[in-house]
Structures are given as C-alpha cells and as structure tokens.
Write a protein that binds this ligand. Structure first.
Ligand code: HEM
Ligand code: HEM
Length: 163
C-alpha cells in the first residue's frame, strides 16, 4: 500500500519537474534575479549539497541502523527526487540562457545526463515489479554515483570561478 502511494507521489514530483523545467527554460530571463550569484545557481547548489551529503549518510545509517531502513529509504527516494527538482530548474534555466550559444554547455550538461541515469535507475529499482530488471539497473545506479561526484566537483569549482 505504502509502495503504491510512494509511486504516485514520485509521479507527481516528476510532473512538477517537467512543469517547472519548461517554465524555467521558457522564462529564464524573468527568473534571473541576483543574490550574489544568480538565484538559480543557488538552487542548483542547494539540490547538489543535499545529494552529496545525504547519499553517504544513507549508506552509513543503512548499515548501522538496519531497523530504520524503510524510513531511511523514503528519505533517500523523496529527498533525492526533490533535489532533482531543484537541479532540473537550474539546468533548464541555463539551457534557456545558453540556447543561442550551446557550445558553452559543457560539464553541467553531462552532469545532468548522469543524474537522469541515476534517477531513472533508482525509480526502476524501487518500483519495477520485476526483480530481473533491477538486477541490471542496480549496478548502474550505484556505479554512476562516482562519476556524478567527480563532475560535481569540476562543475562547482567552475561555477565559483576557481578553475
Ligand atoms: C547536478 C547538479 C548540477 C547540474 C546538472 C548543473 C547543470 C548546469 C548546466 C547545464 C549549466 C550550463 C553550462 C554547462 O553545461 O556547464 C550550468 C551552469 C552553471 N552552474 Fe550548474 N549544475 C549543477 C550544479 C551546480 C552547482 C552545485 C553550482 C555551484 C555554484 C552550479 C553553478 C553553476 C554556474 C555558476 C553556472 C553558469 C556557468 C556559466 O555561465 O558559464 N551548478 N549548470
Ligand atoms: C542523484 C540522486 C541519487 C543518488 C546519488 C543515489 C545513490 C544511491 C546509492 C549510492 C545507493 C546504494 C546505497 C547502499 O548500497 O547502501 C542507492 C540505493 C538505492 N537508491 Fe538511490 N540515489 C539517488 C536517487 C534515487 C532515487 C530518486 C530513487 C528512487 C526514486 C533511488 C532509489 C534507490 C533504491 C531503491 C536503492 C536500493 C536500496 C538499498 O539497497 O539501499 N535513488 N542510491
């Protein structure tokens, strides 16, 4: 029952991701109000900070407190989906802003593709009825995380003009 509810909640979040991404792409200029770096970059930073801190926390707590696994997994699933929402807005706004100069789309674009892969395989692992399918997606969900961390470091350093 809870799994079914979680599935519908996941779908609802994905609809939000799509809606806000289209709006951020189409109205990128209106969204560009500045707080030191533009607000939309702070959104990207917020979502990324959540992912890079809570994924290792989940990894450790899952092993130390196995009885809490169900609630930890829900935090993992919905926390990361909401972070995905924030990152998608950051991504789409940049896509709109750079639409005329797409050679400038670089590591951030690749980072988003890696993130899409992680989210899609996570959803498959959590909700696909067939365990056989998850057998293939499971290693992808885990091993692409290393790539995600690597590109996040490069992109963040670039975002702050350090490299
Ligand atoms: C998963 C997380 C993220 C994704 C998918 C992402 C995606 C993107 C994309 C597609 C761009 C357009 C340029 C490019 O392709 O490199 C971009 C630009 C930018 N991002 Fe991110 N980003 C993420 C996280 C962050 C973080 C953590 C920061 C930290 C400050 C950040 C700051 C910036 C800045 C400042 C730009 C503008 C760069 C420019 O105009 O040259 N992003 N991002
Ligand atoms: C960018 C975001 C995400 C990252 C970096 C990430 C990373 C990870 C990692 C490293 C594991 C292995 C944990 C372990 O072995 O202890 C894991 C497990 C898992 N993730 Fe994700 N994940 C993300 C998003 C999601 C999403 C959005 C979902 C589902 C909608 C999801 C579903 C799962 C499931 C079902 C497991 C297996 C449960 C377990 O064995 O602990 N993940 N994830």
């Amino acid at each position: 029952m809870k799994r079914k509810l979680d599935f519908w909640l996941t779908l609802a979040i994905l609809v939000f991701v799509l809606t806000f991404s289209v709006l951020a792409y189409a109205y990128w200029y209106e969204l560009l109000f500045f707080i030191d770096v533009s607000f939309i970059h702070w959104i990207g930073l917020g979502g990324t900070i959540f992912i890079v801190t809570f994924v290792p926390i989940y990894y450790v707590l899952k092993r130390n407190k196995p009885r809490k696994l169900k609630s930890l997994l829900r935090i993992h699933v919905f926390g990361n989906l909401l972070a995905f929402l924030l990152v998608s807005v950051h991504f789409s706004q940049n896509l709109g802003r750079l639409a005329g100069f797409y050679p400038r789309l670089s590591d951030g674009f690749v980072l988003f593709l890696v993130m899409l892969l992680i989210v899609a395989t996570g959803i498959t692992e959590r909700f696909a009825g067939k365990p056989k399918l998850a057998r293939y997606t499971k290693p992808v969900h885990r091993y692409s995380v290393a790539l995600f961390y690597l590109i996040v470091v490069v992109h963040t350093l670039q975002g702050f003009n350090i490299i």
